[in-house]
Structures are given as structure tokens and as C-alpha cells.
Design a protein around this ligand. Structure first.
Ligand code: FES
Length: 118
């Protein structure tokens, strides 16, 4: 099964091929925001695929449209709720997404912050 590594949190998890990055983050309990619930409507699940971008599913027009709303979009940007894992990848959860997670999960802030010291 493909491995997804969350570089800032130093976490790694194996997921079946075809799993979204967001679903992998939830399984790993990595702090990735998902304000719209994963329906490609908010951009709070914005991540950078820092290794293995070509081992993710193709970007559809709908994802491009929503990515336009995100901060600091790069060539490696994806929406975690739309990008599917096809092989081993490494992901950086954006600060924007991390902050959204903190807002969405007030009871989990301490654990999440401890994962990303500094
Ligand atoms: Fe809202 Fe991905 S969770 S666009």
C-alpha cells in the first residue's frame, strides 16, 4: 500500500491506493483542515505534495477553481480532499490548512500544536 508522509508533523501512514490525502490525514490524525467537509468548496485542505506529485491523481478543473482561493499556491499545490494517492508521497500541510484545523478542532489544539513546534 502507498505511504503518505506528513513532513512537518513527522508522521507516516499507509493507505490503499486511491485514498485521498485528506482521508490519509484523518487516519493518521494529521492536522489538516477541511472546513467544507471534503466537497471541494473551501480550500482549507490545501497541501504541497513535496515528493511524488506524479504519484497523485490528475487535477480536475473544479479543483483548480477552488485552489485559486488558497494562499501561496505553488506548482505542487493540491486540495487534500481531491488528490488521490497512487504511490508513496510526502505532503506538507500548509499553514493555512493547519490554522483551519485548529479552528475546527478546539479540543485537539494542544496535540496538534505539539506536532508542529515553532
Ligand atoms: Fe474543502 Fe477540500 S475540504 S476544499
Amino acid at each position: 500500500m502507498p505511504k503518505v508522509r506528513f513532513v512537518k508533523e513527522n508522521m507516516e501512514i499507509e493507505v490503499p491506493a486511491g485514498t485521498t490525502i485528506l482521508a490519509a490525514a484523518k487516519k493518521a490524525r494529521a492536522p489538516q483542515g477541511d472546513r467544507c467537509g471534503g466537497v471541494c468548496a473551501c480550500s482549507t485542505c490545501h497541501v504541497y505534495v513535496v515528493d511524488g506529485f506524479d504519484r497523485t491523481s490528475d487535477i480536475e478543473d473544479e479543483e483548480f477553481d477552488i485552489l485559486d482561493k488558497a494562499f501561496d499556491v505553488r506548482s505542487t499545490s493540491r486540495l487534500g480532499c481531491q488528490a488521490r494517492v497512487l504511490g508513496d508521497i510526502a505532503v506538507e500541510i500548509t499553514d493555512e490548512s493547519f490554522e483551519a484545523f485548529l479552528d475546527e478542532h478546539p479540543d485537539d489544539k494542544a496535540r496538534a500544536r505539539a506536532l508542529r513546534p515553532g
